[in-house]
Design a protein. Structure first.
Length: 285
């Protein structure tokens, strides 16, 4: 296990505490973790289903719609062609939506903390308009997942919306709001939680989970995700780690609230390839 990054732990904990838009377990939403997921391989079309019910028992949708960062985030989720290899077409309306979302998150304390930190490291532009361009490029600039393909992907699509590759595997989809909305439409089938060695099962208050699910006829054996956090929190967290390193894959061990996590960020040139949290332990164990 890598040593804990104390500097980032301090920053991310401050961001966590400043995340006034975060949904609280048992209050703003309830999850139902049910059974432990069975063995599965990437690309399986059928696996044992150890969860008869949805993962999300309920979510306060009024709150989702009334918070600008969530509302503008949700408007982006239908902007993508989820199949890789199929060129993305970005309409003028979608560009406006991307900008509205970035404006909304840049107005939050969470993003301000991240921006201030990056400024101290000389990794961000001081002017907010310039910083916004930087974020747009990292997250929304299209690129080809596979060499030779037309631009078919971007960091935002991969991490928050999810993609499929050649009808064989699910890529990304590490966001709880997308998961909830897809589950509500019966597009996603939650199969059970993926346990860690030291803990028998997650509880309904855990805000980081590893789960197994099927989507678009494919199974994702393990997908990890924050639960309840705001879009600005995830955006800020992954952007900071992305900008701190030039490596193809960066893994930072941090302690946020009661969670010890490894935050993993893959880069695709100057853009985010993927990013997700891996839960190592919680202090409540």
């Amino acid at each position: 296990r890598r040593a804990l990054n104390r500097e980032l732990s301090k920053l991310f904990s401050e961001m966590w505490d400043a995340d006034v838009h975060r949904f609280r377990p048992g209050e703003d939403y309830t999850i139902d973790v049910q059974g432990k997921a069975g063995p599965a391989q990437q690309g399986d079309s059928a696996v044992q289903d150890n969860a008869a019910r949805h993962l999300f028992h309920n979510v306060n949708e009024e709150r989702l719609k009334s918070i600008k960062t969530f509302a503008t985030f949700i408007s982006l989720l239908d902007n993508y062609e989820t199949s890789t290899g199929v060129a993305e077409v970005v309409t003028p309306e979608e560009i406006v939506e991307n900008n509205c979302f970035l404006d909304a998150i840049l107005a939050t304390e969470v993003m301000r903390l991240a921006h201030d930190y990056l400024l101290r490291k000389n990794l961000a532009k001081p002017n907010l308009a310039d910083f916004k361009h930087q974020l747009y490029d990292i997250w929304f600039q299209l690129y080809a997942r596979k060499e030779g393909d037309r631009p078919d992907s971007c960091g935002f699509e991969h991490v928050f919306v999810g993609e499929t590759r050649r009808g064989k595997e699910i890529l990304g989809l590490h966001n709880w709001v997308q998961f909830y909305l897809q589950e509500k439409r019966d597009q996603i089938d939650y199969k059970g939680y993926v346990a860690r060695k030291s803990k028998t099962r997650p509880d309904k208050d855990d805000q980081v989970l590893s789960i197994q699910f099927s989507w678009k006829g494919l199974v994702k054996p393990t997908g990890s995700t924050f639960i309840g956090v705001s879009p600005e929190f995830e955006f800020a967290l992954y952007t900071v780690i992305f900008l701190l390193s030039e490596e193809r894959v960066t893994r930072e061990t941090v302690k946020i609230d009661e969670y010890e996590l490894q935050i993993v960020v893959w880069r695709h040139g100057h853009h985010i390839g993927t990013a997700y949290p891996v839960l190592l332990s919680t202090t409540s164990e």
